[in-house]
Design a binder for this molecule. Structure first.
Ligand code: FAD
Length: 472
């Protein structure tokens, strides 16, 4: 079959209006939120599972790469078609199929935007907690693909804690259903959760069933201001050790505070070394008590001031600023690289200190933003891709960061996934046996390696010591 005849077949599956090959139209699908770029050969917008199945049947027969894509906000190169091929965009598969208020579940298509979904369930007094900062654009399909999380992870976990079942189109076009619409299931291998965080490498998800919670009655936001980042970091560990579980517990250092205030002033103290931003939720009475506890631990930990947002608008402004921190930092230098190292929570103070040390060692500009309550550190490296010498220092910083993280019993990613950016480190965390077992799983689901090739698993022979090429 020729490329032209495959294209004609793909057009006939989705309709000519839903297939794009012109590079002016496919260009934006060559990117995600990293600096990686590669053009796809064709972008398709299927509307049904049957169309996705027909696309995969053809692609598998012709051994053409297929990259499932939501909003393309991945920060690991996960959504970039690094070997070209077909991008399947979920934009037309964006229906909320059902919100079941009796069973507290919902079923959605993968292209539903997270904020739209959250607003729809909240109207019914329900709650879907996962809250990546990209929630106004990122999709449920992409969230499942990356096992996305966000500030609320401290109390509510991440996407994996809500997915009950999936409909998936496998590499050869077969449709598989996993899980059930029940809150518990103990029925064989957990295929549902194998697909959560699989980054489009095992199948294309076409339907997602999630569990919902009742919407908490009340919530409050507390900001604790510190003159030392170490004291702020120790307060995070102290809060957890005091058995207080806020909904969120975010840390911003002075570099981040400064950039956020310059971009979107919201009253963060520019003279502080760090702030902790916490939200608590629950019953009215419970919330009042939690605010007292969080404030007490912060004061004991050396906070020079603790502020409690007095209105919803004030709290919303602080959280909007926190969600905009990535954008604020991105204005500083041409390239921004967000890392996602995650450590056990009692190691947070050491990790913060080590990041500051590494920043000096490699002479880099780095701000620290962290979902500190769950140990998820996001050092934001401000750099310039065109400066090869500086980029080599960035690569060495990242290597040191992950050696530190793994030595502390941590993980390469708390929520952003592995993608193209971090696959070379996989053996460091999982060992050769772990990586080999993952390869066998990939082989079982996708024997021709057409699904998002070159992601999540290191290429054969690729070693972490190739870090000098980390950013190529
Ligand atoms: C400003 C900003 C802030 C962010 N904040 C956070 C944060 O707080 N927490 C967090 O976890 N992430 C965050 N991210 C990263 C990103 O938004 C998340 O990973 C998000 O889940 C990606 O969703 P998406 O729809 O953009 O997916 P994409 O980027 O399009 O895809 C992500 C991955 O999922 C796969 N995928 C997409 N759709 C499907 C499907 N239907 N079937 C199978 N695989 C699929 C893709 O192949 C790819 O590997 C942020 C990104 C930005 C740019």
């Amino acid at each position: 079959m020729t490329k032209d005849s495959l294209l004609a077949e793909l057009r006939s599956i989705v309709g000519a209006a839903n297939a794009r090959v012109d590079t002016t139209e496919t260009a934006c699908y060559a990117y995600d939120a990293t600096h990686y770029t590669h053009h796809p050969d064709v972008v398709l917008y299927p509307a049904t599972t049957a169309e996705v199945s027909a696309i995969l049947t053809a692609a598998n027969r012709e051994r053409v790469p297929v990259i499932a894509r939501g909003a393309g906000t991945s920060i690991t190169g996960g959504a970039v078609p690094i070997h070209g091929g077909i991008v399947i965009c979920s934009g037309r598969m964006n229906r909320i199929v059902e919100i079941d208020t009796e069973n507290l579940t919902a079923t959605v298509e993968p292209g539903v935007v997270l904020a739209t979904f959250q607003a729809a369930v909240e109207k019914l007094g329900l709650f879907y907690p996962p809250d990546p900062a990209s929630l106004s654009v990122s999709t449920l399909g992409g969230n499942v693909g990356e096992n996305a999380g966000g500030p609320r992870g401290v109390k509510y976990g991440s996407t994996k804690d809500y997915v009950l079942g999936l409909e998936i189109v496998l590499a050869d076009g077969t449709v598989m259903r996993t899980g059930a619409k029940t809150v518990k299931s103990s029925s064989g291998y957990d295929l549902t959760h194998l697909f959560v965080g699989s980054e489009g490498t095992l199948g294309v998800i076409t339907q997602i069933t999630v569990r919902l919670l009742p919407l908490p009655e009340a919530k409050r936001t507390v900001m604790a201001i510190f003159d030392s980042v170490e004291a702020a970091a120790k307060t995070v560990s102290a809060t957890i050790a005091a058995k207080v579980v806020p909904t969120t517990l975010e840390l911003m250092d002075d570099v981040v505070i400064d950039r956020v205030e310059a971009y979107r002033p919201c009253g963060l103290p520019r003279d502080a070394a760090a702030v902790l931003l916490a939200e608590v939720d629950g019953s009215q009475q419970g919330v009042a008590r939690q605010v007292e506890l969080v404030a007490e631990v912060a004061r004991n930990g050396g906070a020079r001031e603790v502020r409690v947002a007095s209105t919803t608008a004030e709290a919303d402004t602080l959280w909007a600023a926190r969600r905009g921190a990535f954008a604020a930092m991105a204005r500083s230098r041409p390239t921004i690289i967000v890392e996602d190292a995650t450590v056990p929570r009692d190691r947070i103070p050491e990790t913060v200190a080590r990041i500051k040390e590494l920043c000096l060692k490699h002479d880099l500009q780095i701000g620290i933003l962290a979902h500190a309550g769950d140990g998820n550190m996001h050092p934001l490296i401000m750099t310039d891709l065109r400066d090869r010498e500086e980029m080599a220092r960035v690569a060495r910083f990242v290597e040191d960061l992950f050696q530190t993280t793994l030595a502390m019993g941590g993980t390469l990613s708390g929520e952003h996934g592995i993608g193209h950016l971090k696959k070379r480190y996989m053996e460091w965390q999982h060992g050769s046996v772990g990586v080999e077992m993952m390869r066998r799983m990939k082989q079982a689901f996708d024997p021709n390696n057409i699904l998002n090739p070159g992601k999540l698993l290191p290429d054969q022979g690729e070693a972490a010591s190739d870090a000098s090429s980390l950013l190529d």
